[in-house]
Design a protein around this ligand. Structure first.
Ligand code: FAD
Length: 324
């Protein structure tokens, strides 16, 4: 399977269209648009941009043409307007009332990965995990194989400290370039992100635009074999070709979230079109007709029952954003 086969892999299906400003005439644009080359869309439905395929619209969606375009836009933006980056929406519930302010989607112009040093890759924030892992494999760079198993972008897994199969982004990140909420472009070393399990200290509204990763020398054939093993293991254990949001809850200290959900009797449980996966009980699914509200309600039902029965308070791993 190539990365283009993954459901929700929106950035890699970008049609490369000429930048345009598709502005809702009734509403004032979030910034003066003169010279802005990317697409600016008012009341932009976001469901098609996220794996769950649910949720409302962004007040504004900005798809920058390149880094300069993004910087110009951010410099012009009023500080009081909220801004949020969107990757492939593989760890996201967009609430049904939509997202206030501006959602910035880094697509094809940011989907690059290249070798820039000794066992070092520099990757645009829109590059998918599989693109990064494949580029590392072709260059004989090991330790990045686990990114093959994370169906999001560099921006998403740098923020989330994405991890799998015993490794996480904290182990391989050298530094990242970030546009801060005030529009300043800064380079943050990995230590500044104060990584912990599926968490970074990146401020809300900060947008990762690129990242440098470090691996170790390896044989491309061995690296490729490890990536294949990871792909097969995921295929067997996760509901990949479904409308989902990845792991719903963080694993609590000393146990697995899926086990607690399973023991609370939720395997396959349905609620208003949302369902707990039969295959992996830490995955919630949209079976077709669910709203984001229904998915979130199901998650809260699980949290309540698990807490009542075990005293363990499950913490959401999926990011939930927007107005209810
Ligand atoms: C089938 C499946 C399997 C998964 N398996 C794993 C796994 O093994 N390990 C794992 O860690 N995760 C896994 N996930 C979850 C998900 O892929 C990761 O969390 C991934 O890092 C999210 O990336 P994204 O680009 O899709 O981010 P999104 O879902 O679009 O966003 C997630 C968060 O990151 C922020 N963000 C996105 N881009 C940027 C940016 N450029 N700058 C700043 N912030 C940004 C968003 O604002 C949001 O807060 C899985 C998901 C699915 C659907």
């Amino acid at each position: 399977m190539t990365h283009t086969d993954q459901p929700g892999d929106v950035a890699n299906q970008d049609d490369g269209r000429a930048p345009s400003c598709d502005v809702d005439g009734a509403v004032k644009a979030p910034v003066p648009l003169e010279g802005i080359r990317g697409a600016v869309t008012g009341k932009a439905p976001l469901a098609k941009h996220v794996w769950f395929k649910t949720g409302g619209a962004a007040d504004w969606l900005f798809e920058p043409a390149d880094l300069d375009d993004l910087m110009t836009f951010m410099e012009r933006m009023d500080d009081s307007l909220p801004v949020m980056a969107l990757g492939l929406g593989s760890n996201l519930i967009i609430r049904d009332g939509g997202v206030p302010g501006v959602v910035v989607k880094l697509g094809k112009p940011f989907a690059r990965a290249e070798v820039t040093g000794d066992c070092e890759l520099t990757c645009g924030a829109g590059a998918s995990g599989i693109l990064v892992a494949s580029t590392a494999r072709d260059a004989g760079i090991a330790r990045l194989e686990f990114l093959r198993g994370i169906p999001g972008t560099v921006g998403g897994f740098v923020r989330m400290n994405g991890g799998a199969y015993g490794r996480e982004v904290a182990d391989i990140l050298i530094d990242c370039r970030v546009i801060m909420p005030d529009g300043a472009l800064v380079t943050l070393p990995a230590s500044d992100l104060r990584y912990s399990y599926r968490h970074s200290a990146l401020p809300d509204g900060a947008i990762v635009v690129s990242a440098r990763f470090k691996g170790t020398p390896g044989d491309p054939a061995d690296i490729g074999a490890e990536m294949d093993r990871i792909a097969a293991a995921r295929e067997e254990s996760q509901p990949l070709r479904t409308k989902t949001g990845g792991s719903t809850f963080k694993n609590p200290e000393g146990t697995s979230a899926w086990k607690l959900v399973d023991e609370a009797g939720f395997r396959g449980f349905k609620h208003k079109g949302a369902q707990v996966s039969e295959k992996h009980t830490n995955f919630l699914l949209n079976t077709g007709s669910a709203t984001s509200t229904a998915i979130e309600e199901l998650g809260e039902m699980i949290r309540d029952k698990v807490f009542a029965e075990t005293g363990v308070c499950l913490e959401w791993e999926i990011q939930r954003v927007g107005r209810p």
